[in-house]
Design a binder for this molecule. Structure first.
Ligand SMILES: Nc1ncnc2c1ncn2[C@@H]1O[C@H](COP(=O)(O)OP(=O)(O)OP(=O)(O)O)[C@@H](O)[C@H]1O
Ligand SMILES: [Mg+2]
Length: 245
């Protein structure tokens, strides 16, 4: 096991190592519909545990183009960073033992350290998760993918099925439906839209990861949220993932 995952290294140092370090396969996660490997990433004497999801291990889906789920994992990380909400562990796109895939910092969490067991204070933090999932159009926010790491932080994992052009929000997180977001969150979302609309590093990176229509739809959702100021309400059908954990 790597030793640095709970360390205090700056995000850009971690990203550099995830991007170019040597990958050693450690095991295969037995859960999930797509291949996900536990790996160690080593560089410059530093070692991180990470989760490698190669595009060739992705199950084909009827609604998402093949081989694009890893891109979506990385796009979700970039958006969480630019919002400044630090919800998604550091994630990069790179080649690994089974070809191109996402490599995400491993989060050490206990099996019961998930949303359904959160304290009221932890659940309150998830208001930002509800906004984030609307913005990225998360089609599969299970309770088991909002986790409390063993060092007490809340992290989101599994963003393979996000950013579709059509409305696909499926989530367990309807506790805050219809509620108003803080001005602070709304201004972060407005700033995100500005960054995507300008010749920024984010805009440049997103163009490599998503289609133009997906980026336009993303901007549309950000604009909706800023205009209404309130989180969406569930519709009548298909707004919950299955299984929910
Ligand atoms: N960053 C991470 N840190 C720790 N464990 C992770 C991380 N990413 C994924 N995992 C583990 O790998 C499993 C499979 O990953 P993930 O849920 O992203 O894949 P999936 O194929 O989309 O799964 P599902 O079909 O359940 O949606 C997760 O349930 C979790 O146990
Ligand atoms: Mg999934």
């Amino acid at each position: 096991m790597g030793t640095n995952n709970t360390g205090v290294s700056a995000v850009h140092d971690v990203l550099a190592i995830l991007q170019s370090g040597e990958i050693t396969l450690q095991g295969l996660f037995q859960v999930g519909s797509n291949y996900a490997f536990l790996v160690e990433v080593n560089a410059q004497g530093e070692c991180y545990d990470a989760v490698y999801k190669p595009t060739q291990g992705e199950q084909p889906l009827w609604d998402f183009p093949s081989g694009t789920l890893a891109n979506r994992e990385v796009a979700a990380f970039l958006i969480s960073e630019v919002l400044g909400w630090r919800l998604v562990p550091s994630t990069v796109l790179r080649n690994g033992p089974y070809g191109l895939g996402s490599v995400q910092l491993f989060v050490d969490f206990a099996p019961d350290g998930h949303y359904f067991n959160f304290t009221e204070i932890e659940k309150e933090i998830c208001r930002s998760v509800a906004a984030f999932d609307y913005v990225i159009n998360n089609a599969d926010r299970k309770g088991g993918h909002i986790v409390r790491s063993n060092d007490g932080n809340i992290w989101l994992i599994d963003h393979g099925v996000c950013f579709h052009c059509e409305e696909k929000l499926r989530t367990v997180l309807w506790d805050f439906a219809g509620e108003r977001l803080t001005n602070h969150m709304l201004s972060d979302i407005a700033d995100l839209a500005t960054a995507i609309n300008s010749p920024s590093k984010l805009a440049n990176e997103l163009r490599k990861l998503l289609s133009m229509s997906e980026i336009e739809a993303l901007l549309g959702r950000a604009a909706n949220l800023v205009a209404s100021g309130c989180l969406p309400e569930p519709g009548l059908h298909y707004n919950y993932p299955w299984p929910m954990l």
